[in-house]
Ligand binder design. Sequence first.
Ligand code: SAJ
Length: 414
Amino acid sequence: MKICVVGLGYIGLPTAAILASIGFNVVGVDINPKIIDLVNNKKIHIEETDLEEVVATVVSKGNLVAKTQPEEADAFIVAVPTPKTEDNACEVKYIISAMKSLIPYLKKGNTVIVESTIAPGTMEEVVLPLIEEAGFLVGKDLYLAHCPERVLPGKILFEIVNNDRIVGGYTALCGSKAADIYKAFTKGNILISSLKVAEMTKLVENTFRDINIAFANELVKVCDELNINVHEVIQLANRHPRVNILQPGPGVGGHCLAIDPYYIVSKAPNSAKLTATAREINSSMPIYVVSKVKELVRDIENPRIAALGMTYKENIDDVRESPSLEIINLLMKENYEVRCYDPHVTKNLGQVKNLDQAIEGADLILLLVAHNEFVNLNLEAYTKKMRRPMVFDTKNCLERTNNMQVIYLGWNER
Ligand code: SAJ
């Protein structure tokens, strides 16, 4: 079987690599020629566990070829970005251009799958008409489905294979044709439903997580006000068999949780109140962290801050919607001297080259991302290079020691 994967980003590239690794003939398509060159030279443009090795193997075997244009295939998988518009709706322009790029290569019997996260109704209102306009009778001439990706960055290759998969078909036959492709590499269950249910389910998954984190972040503020150790409360509450509160932190970032709930709100603004409030709470966390930093350095003349971590979460290189970057920028805007460092970030975002440079002479270490490099570090040794051994741990991942004052988000021993 030949499959054309349109969009070689965080989802498309691993999907193309997995399909190629089980012996499918895969053409990976991207409009960015740099990505095409990299992939064809067995390299990748993102950090993802084991992905470069798999890409190198399938490219060497000839099962994966990257190109800037689609070509005829048995199936097409679209995995392009769907960022939010200025008014917080789902931007479909990349879906439209990806569809327009593949339509000239469609033939009868093809299956077309959209994996990108989209607002409910997008498949029927945007994608379906484009294929129909090209003269195809969807459900008879070719098969259309939405199979939202639901893999966790950092564990993508594992989850692509092991997670259950939702397949929303335009018709039952469309669903089963798309399911056949996923059955070839998925160990999880393939759950077939309609287009709209699949669209909504994906958004609901990320919204559920966003709301749960918002509750944890709200608890940070409540417990801070009441002088209660929020981490102990969450830990103990989670010992109840039906309670599982997630972890508070400096904010919720990434291209999924920080965006997808808005697509529900934009479609049903009068009903999606809790969803909207959760977004507000999580989006307020960077400002809250900055206010805490200001309190901590209030009495220090020209305080110098070492900000550790710039990505949206640990052990990846992705800085999209990163609350850490927002915090760093907010502090800089207020003229604080901030030296930031992230061992995973390669593009130049104003960071210093190593930890020593960040920490040397600092008055406060502001831990923003729980990268393994930071959690496993002997920070106490580093604090000797500081002007003051003070650490603000917004991820609650560092141990307190005798010589290092650690202040946790939501809990400052007073
Ligand atoms: N976060 C917290 N506290 C927590 C867990 C996460 O503050 O207890 C923060 C992280 O630091 C990060 C943000 O939330 O800033 C999102 O991180 P994440 O690990 O929860 O999720 P993503 O965005 O990397 O991936 C999510 C996943 N969705 C769910 O777990 C429901 C993934 O399965 C989806 O495929 C992905 O979104 C996506 O592409 O939609």
